[in-house]
Design a protein around this ligand. Structure first.
Ligand code: ZN
Length: 295
């Protein structure tokens, strides 16, 4: 299932996408589990109801028209607008480590993006006054469905509520030229974490290590790879993280970017006012964001 967070008028809610129609989850599940996607992902009964609704909606365009909103008329937000935490893997594709001039890591390299950097599909990425080396990074991200603490890799995927696309926008001068390497600041400017356009449940994604992944900037293909080329896969990442901390419902983890980022190109290709960034992952969807100079 494709599950989205949307705004229509002054109402915010969670929707199930059937074709080009968004069916409101709260109506279908009699108000359970409330309007937020992080509650929904761990609610098996609500998910079962939605699967039934999806089956019905797929065969019945009139049912969808009566009970849903056309996708084109709703405002999609980030599926989890304010995650409790956003953790990211650095250098998790061998060929991206090579283009960055970094050794292939022997264990996962983890950093955080603060959750106020999260923005939704279609929303602008602002080029801040403080940096002119703004870069794109398409990444497969997963959203946690239930609390995960000391989870071994063989059980780890049971804790994933779904997958989405994350653009790990980065200010390379902060990351690479400031004392100590300011990874957290470099990746936490406002609007530097586009997320979406929706979450796709694991049953529709299948094996998360088999997905084509690409990024285009203003139409030009910049990154094109497969999640099969990750060094540490989703299950291993969960095992590694939950030795240290509890992953909670709604937490978002990004799994690293393939090669082709702007700073590693000759000449470098940083984002400019007027660019359009399209991050696409097979079986999930395309996350599109315009780039604008900060007003
Ligand atoms: Zn990244």
């Amino acid at each position: 299932m494709k599950l989205a967070t949307f705004r229509a008028g002054n109402k915010t809610g969670c929707g199930l996408l059937v074709g080009e129609t968004l069916l409101e989850v709260e109506t279908a599940t009699d108000g359970r589990p409330g309007p937020s996607l992080e509650n929904l992902l761990g609610d098996e009964a609500a998910l079962a109801t939605l699967r039934e609704l999806q089956r019905r909606g797929r065969g019945d365009a009139q049912f969808c028209a009566r009970n849903g909103l056309p996708l084109a008329e709703v405002d999609l937000l980030a599926p989890v607008p304010r995650p409790g935490k956003v953790l990211c893997l650095g250098l998790n594709y061998r060929d991206h480590a090579a283009e960055s001039g970094a050794p292939v890591p022997a264990e996962p390299v983890v950093f955080a993006k603060v959750s106020s950097s999260v923005t939704g599909p279609g929303r602008p990425i602002h080029i801040p006054e403080a940096s002119d080396k703004i870069d794109y990074e398409v990444e497969l991200a997963f959203v946690i469905a239930r609390p995960a603490r000391r989870v071994t890799a063989d059980r780890a995927l049971d804790y994933v509520g779904g997958y989405t696309v994350l653009n790990d926008v980065s200010a390379r001068d902060y990351q690479r030229e400031k004392p100590g390497g300011q990874w957290t600041l470099a990746k936490s400017f406002d609007t530097f974490c586009p997320l979406g356009p929706w979450v796709v449940t694991p049953d529709e994604v299948g094996d998360p290590q088999t997905l084509a992944i690409e990024c285009r900037v203003s139409g030009e293909l910049m990154q094109s790879s497969s999640t099969s080329r990750m060094i540490f896969g989703v299950a291993e990442i969960i095992e590694y993280l939950t030795r240290v901390l509890t992953l909670e419902p709604g937490d978002v983890v990004a799994t690293g970017t393939p090669p082709g980022v702007g700073f590693a190109r000759t000449p470098p290709r940083y984002l400019r006012d007027g660019d359009i960034v399209q991050c696409a992952i097979e079986r999930i969807g395309t996350l599109t964001n315009p780039v604008t100079a900060d007003a």
